[in-house]
Design a protein around this ligand. Structure first.
Ligand code: ZN
Length: 294
């Protein structure tokens, strides 16, 4: 779920990019119970997830994606809701002020968008790494908070990713169904990757339709495509990137899919297929030279 709110709070700076690894991929939440209900406060939350520590991947076997860097941004974070002063801080999103992040949405029984996005990201990372890709994740747990949207964009940009996806699920009308793909609008920073991002979006739409049972959104966008000029994750990207609302959490039919590990794996497979197809058709891969945007 992506929307902008402005709250004037002190700007903070986070530390470093994380490089994900397929080793020991933990799919926290894959065994989530529908009876769990609302979350309870964590006793261990204390630092943004970027501080939780992860090691760089060096074990990816050679494969068709060797030499390719893929950015994966699982939207939100599991403890964002406990850290409102942090996530409500105002950041410059390349066009206007936006909050650092939001809590994201959830389905009727409390299963969160943050958990969904994290699980899909882990499946996707493992799939891509098995094909030789280097994967850069903007967060590697679902038990922390942050980083801000600006930091997420910076992590992927600075890694010199060839392509990136941001994984979300929407909080739309209860009777609305389907996935949608949010694409960047020229902001100055992202001008060089607009057309490539649109190409990526076409591949994501095709792959979702072929690899998952989720339909194109019937309430948002045009045939599932939504240009957005108000999101830092898109305004600040210097690599081809789209944000995918993989379904609509308030809708019971969509929610039954979104909480299902089987669907989560299908969504990851669709994204992997789209990324591979994009890389095969795009002729203007960005340089791997790190680019700073903030
Ligand atoms: Zn979201």
């Amino acid at each position: 779920m992506l929307f902008a709110m402005a709250h004037p709070v002190t700007r903070r700076t986070l530390l470093r990019a994380l490089v994900g690894t397929a080793a020991g991929v933990g799919l926290a939440g894959a065994t989530w119970s529908a009876t769990r209900g609302r979350r309870t406060p964590s006793k261990t939350a204390g630092a943004p997830s970027t501080h939780s520590g992860t090691t760089a991947s060096s074990t990816a076997p050679p494969g068709p994606l060797t030499g390719i860097v893929v950015g994966i941004d699982p939207g939100h974070n599991g403890d964002n809701w406990e850290h409102t002063s942090y996530i409500n801080q105002s950041v410059w999103n390349g066009r206007e002020e936006e909050t650092c992040d939001t809590t994201g949405t959830q389905e009727a029984n409390g299963y969160t968008e943050a958990q969904f996005a994290f699980n899909v990201a882990q499946y996707l990372a493992a799939t891509l790494q098995a094909q030789g890709a280097t994967v850069v994740l903007t967060r590697t747990t679902n038990s922390g908070y942050g980083p801000c949207i600006t930091e997420r964009a910076g992590i992927v940009n600075n890694a010199g990713a060839h392509v990136a996806v941001s994984i979300h699920a929407d909080g739309g009308p209860v009777d609305g169904r389907g996935f949608s793909i949010l694409e960047p609008v020229a902001s100055g920073v992202n001008d060089a990757v607009i057309s490539a991002s649109q190409l990526l979006g076409e591949h994501v739409r095709s792959a979702f339709l072929s690899e998952t049972p989720m339909p194109v959104s019937d309430y948002y966008g045009v045939n599932g495509i939504v240009p957005r000029d108000d999101l830092g994750g898109l305004n600040l990207t210097t690599v081809p990137k789209v944000m995918v609302e993989c379904g609509n959490m308030p809708n019971p039919t969509d929610a039954a899919l979104l909480i299902d590990p089987g669907f989560q794996q299908q969504a990851a497979a669709a994204l992997a297929k789209a990324i591979t197809a994009f890389l095969a058709t795009s002729s203007d891969h960005p340089s791997k030279t790190p680019v700073t945007t903030t």
